[in-house]
Design a protein around this ligand. Sequence first.
Ligand SMILES: *[C@@H]1O[C@H](CO)[C@@H](O)[C@H](O)[C@H]1NC(C)=O
Ligand SMILES: *[C@@H]1O[C@H](CO)[C@@H](O)[C@H](O)[C@H]1NC(C)=O
Ligand SMILES: *[C@@H]1O[C@H](CO)[C@@H](O)[C@H](O)[C@H]1NC(C)=O
Ligand SMILES: *[C@@H]1O[C@H](CO)[C@@H](O)[C@H](O)[C@H]1NC(C)=O
Ligand SMILES: *[C@@H]1O[C@H](CO)[C@@H](O)[C@H](O)[C@H]1NC(C)=O
Ligand SMILES: *[C@@H]1O[C@H](CO)[C@@H](O)[C@H](O)[C@H]1NC(C)=O
Length: 509
Amino acid sequence: MNFKKAQIGALVTTLSIFSAQLAHAENTEVILGLQRQVSMEDLAKSVSDPSSPRYRQFYTTDEIRKLAAPSDQDYADALAKLQNDGVEIVSESPSHLYVTVRGERSYFEDLNSNLSSSVQGFLSFFSKPAIARVHGLEAGTPRRPHLKFLPQAAAASFSGIAPAQIQQSYGFDAIYNTGVSGKGQDIAIATYDGFLIGDITEYYTKNGINTTRTVDQVLFNGTPKFNAMSATETQTDAEFSGMIAPGANIHIYASANNGDAGELAMFTKILDDGVSKIINYSWGSCETEVTAAHRADMDQVFARAVAQGVNITVATGDSGSDCLGNKTTVADYPAVEPYIVAVGGTSLTPATSTTAASETAWSESGGGVSTLYGAASFQSGLGSPYNAHRSYPDVSFNADPNTGEATWVHLNPKTNKKAKTAQYVVIGGTSIAAPQWAGFLALVNEARGSAIGFIDPIVYSLAGQNQSEYFNDVTSGNDGAYSAAVGWDAVTGWGSMKADRLLAELKSQ
Ligand SMILES: *[C@@H]1O[C@H](CO)[C@@H](O)[C@H](O)[C@H]1NC(C)=O
Ligand SMILES: *[C@@H]1O[C@H](CO)[C@@H](O)[C@H](O)[C@H]1NC(C)=O
Ligand SMILES: *[C@@H]1O[C@H](CO)[C@@H](O)[C@H](O)[C@H]1NC(C)=O
Ligand SMILES: *[C@@H]1O[C@H](CO)[C@@H](O)[C@H](O)[C@H]1NC(C)=O
Ligand SMILES: *[C@@H]1O[C@H](CO)[C@@H](O)[C@H](O)[C@H]1NC(C)=O
Ligand SMILES: *[C@@H]1O[C@H](CO)[C@@H](O)[C@H](O)[C@H]1NC(C)=O
């Protein structure tokens, strides 16, 4: 057979019109992934490789559309056909890589099975259909927040490490003294469910932190419902990243749906908007709970973030090496994604006027070795088995609830339900570590005056040259299967930042 592209296209269109007798069933919303002309990994590599002509010249959403999306004509044709089939277009991504649609479930199931059939695979060899994937037919394992509370008994006598002690312990004061506050930078908090934005600004006011910057919520897939635990995660993220970067604007992208499609929609929206160059994400699952198809989808999304010069800091989880919590060593998702900065947890003894801060590994810091992701290029210098698969975390920060920090939230920690009034709740978990790294990256970007790009390769290179110059190496403690050690380890990565020195070096890069 030697069909021409146009003939096959016509044949496919005719067949689909004949079979468009759709059963009347419930309406469902899905995200259609459109065919990519270029892989996001290729774009990510081109901005990350010092020998590439695109090195550190990050792509805009518009460039991504021109390079990677179907042609404008194919895109328009695909949307017209969907509408002709009775499908409603709910929202379009300006990247033209996704379109959110609503229609009868049976239609999308049919489309999905067509896309995965070998006949379609054969036809697509001649005529690339614009639609490649149907996301959202399965909810997927919901993402969980990575926060941990201080037990009630301990909470009575510990009010949390104060912001000023954190700033002093990690060397942030020296940065603020130079006038760098994260101004002009935008941090996106990627999260789920409803929250109370007023608590966040009250936290800043109560702690004497700048309140003149923008703190807002970006709606994109409906209005999320309030959930006290989710809100605690969201508000903690916003409060603590804004505490570290008091000049940065904070944009909260709370998805109304915490399944696979909600995760995809959320990151796509942040990247489409293109405003925030730093994304903090404190939610996750175990890698074995996420389908291979969704992991492949998110690989593309995270690689796109690198191509756009966006850093994503992710909490590594709060169950040590045992993500499932059942004595099985399983890695955390998305901490194992190769294109994110995975932030693990420590127990911090803060600095005083006479002593320096010190840290040990937090026993529940998520860390280990993926069984599903191959080696990350920047980890090739780690010894076996860490250089054979993606190993994590990359870096760490205070996260032990016993050395936790106080968040201002409407939460009753006895019931985990909404409290009538806001109060301080001492909180830990790698969820408090990742946002503080996100805040640090905002300071770095302001100091540089430009984005440096995905930081992991740089972190590994600097730490490999002289870890103690830039990082507080954490050498004691373990997370179950893995132990902290001199150099990189699978509990705390390279350790926490010596913020002033690391920033000075990243500024000069
Ligand atoms: C699926 O493929 C069949 C056979 O080619 C076609 O009739 C049908 O319209 C397709 N369904 C969708 C939703 O594209
Ligand atoms: C407060 O935030 C604004 C807006 O980003 C910024 O211009 C200002 O410098 C910040 N002030 C301090 C003290 O951080
Ligand atoms: C832990 O949970 C996983 C997934 O449900 C299961 O495969 C495994 O056998 C469990 N391990 C133990 C020790 O219960
Ligand atoms: C940042 O992400 C971490 C982990 O992914 C999460 O625990 C934390 O709450 C997030 N912080 C913000 C400000 O979103
Ligand atoms: C990514 O993180 C690095 C390391 O801190 C930072 O220097 C860089 O500016 C960040 N890039 C963006 C686009 O935020
Ligand atoms: C590494 O950094 C430490 C701490 O700043 C410094 O004392 C030491 O001289 C450095 N070593 C090398 C080889 O540069």
